[in-house]
Design a protein around this ligand. Structure first.
Ligand SMILES: Cc1ncc(COP(=O)(O)O)c(C=O)c1O
Length: 286
C-alpha cells in the first residue's frame, strides 16, 4: 500500500483500495445485480444525506432487497472514509452478494456485498459543455439507481465520440435526461424539467435546483417537453451530484442562444455555490 492510498469500506472492513477484492461469483459482477449512490461532500459534510439514503432504500426495495444498514451505520462509515475538508464524493454500492452458482433467479439467503469509497470531485467547467441528442435505448425502470449501466455507458461514449461531454436522451420525441444527469430547459423565462417517473432517475440535485429556483423566485414546472422545445430552448442545464449545474452551450453542433451560459444559469449557479458554502460553514462551526 502506498502511504497516500486512502481506505475504502468493504463488507465491514476498512482497507486500502488495492486490497479490496470481491469473489467472481458476486452477482454484481455477473449480472450487474445491485444498486449504488453518489453523495457529494463539502467541508466534510455530505450533501442531502437523508435524501440519498432514502433513494438507496427505494432502489433496494425495487430490486427486492432489504436495507443492509441503518442510516446511522452508513453515516459512521462515511465519516471514516471522508478525508479532510476538500470537496469529495462518496460512492457506495450494494450488490445482491455472492451466489453459489451463476443462475439468473435470485438465490435465497445470500448476504449482500457492501462497498464504499471516497474520491475527490473534479472541477466543474463554468463556461458550459457540448451535448448531443441520442435515442434512449435504456429499459423502463430508470428510476432505480442500478449498477447495470451498459446503455448509459454506450450513450455517453457516443457523445464523447461526437466531441461532446454528455448525451441527452430522447424517447418518443420526449426529452428525458442525460446519460448521467437530469435536464432542465428555460422557455420564456420559465424552468422546465421532466416529471419523476420510471423514465428518469429522481435526481437529488434536480430537487435541490427546483427548491433553489423557488427561493430565487424563478418559475419552474415539471412537465415533459419535446425535442423541438429542447432545440429552441433559451437555456439548457444538466444536473448531477458531482457536476452540479452544467450549462449546455452547444447542442448537436449548434450554439444554445448566445453560446454562453445564460442569465438564469448564473443565478442558480450562484445559489448552488452559496448552498455548498453553508454546508462547509456548518462543519467549520463544530
Ligand atoms: C441517469 C441519471 N440521471 C440523473 C442523475 C443525477 O442524479 P443526482 O442529482 O442524484 O446525482 C444521475 C446521476 O448519476 C444519473 O446517472
Amino acid at each position: 500500500m502506498s502511504s497516500t492510498e486512502s481506505l475504502v469500506y468493504l463488507n465491514g472492513q476498512f482497507l486500502p483500495l488495492s486490497e479490496a477484492k470481491i469473489p467472481v461469483l458476486d452477482r454484481g459482477f455477473l449480472f450487474g445485480d445491485g444498486v449504488y449512490e453518489v453523495i457529494p461532500v463539502y467541508g466534510g459534510h455530505p450533501l442531502r444525506l437523508e435524501e440519498h439514503l432514502r433513494r438507496l432504500k427505494e432502489s433496494l426495495a425495487s430490486i427486492q432487497m432489504e436495507s443492509p444498514l441503518t442510516d446511522a451505520e452508513w453515516a459512521d462509515i462515511f465519516d471514516r472514509l471522508i478525508t479532510g475538508p476538500a470537496d469529495q464524493s462518496i460512492y457506495l454500492q450494494v450488490t445482491r452478494g455472492v451466489a453459489p452458482k451463476r443462475d439468473h433467479a435470485i438465490p435465497p439467503g445470500i448476504k449482500p456485498t457492501l462497498f464504499a469509497m471516497c474520491t475527490p470531485i473534479a472541477p466543474i467547467p463554468l463556461d458550459g459543455i457540448k451535448a448531443v441528442t441520442v435515442d434512449d435505448i435504456r429499459w423502463d425502470r430508470c428510476n432505480i439507481k442500478a449498477i447495470t449501466l451498459l446503455a448509459n455507458v454506450l450513450l455517453r461514449q457516443e457523445a464523447v465520440e461526437n466531441g461532446a461531454s454528455e448525451a441527452i436522451l430522447v424517447r418518443d420525441n420526449q426529452v428525458l435526461e442525460g446519460a448521467a444527469s437530469n435536464i432542465f430547459i428555460v422557455q420564456d423565462g420559465t424552468l422546465i424539467t421532466p416529471p419523476k417517473g420510471s423514465e428518469i432517475l429522481p435526481g437529488i440535485t434536480r430537487d435541490l435546483v427546483l427548491e433553489l429556483a423557488h427561493e430565487q423566485g424563478i418559475p419552474a414546472i415539471e412537465r415533459h417537453f419535446t425535442l423541438a422545445e429542447l432545440k429552441s430552448a433559451e437555456e439548457i442545464w444538466l444536473t448531477s451530484s458531482t457536476r452540479e449545474i452544467l450549462a449546455v452551450v452547444e447542442l448537436d453542433g449548434q450554439p444554445v442562444s448566445s453560446g454562453k451560459p445564460g442569465p438564469l444559469w448564473k443565478i442558480l449557479q450562484s445559489a448552488y455555490q452559496d448552498y455548498k458554502q453553508k454546508l462547509r460553514n456548518v462543519s467549520a462551526d463544530h
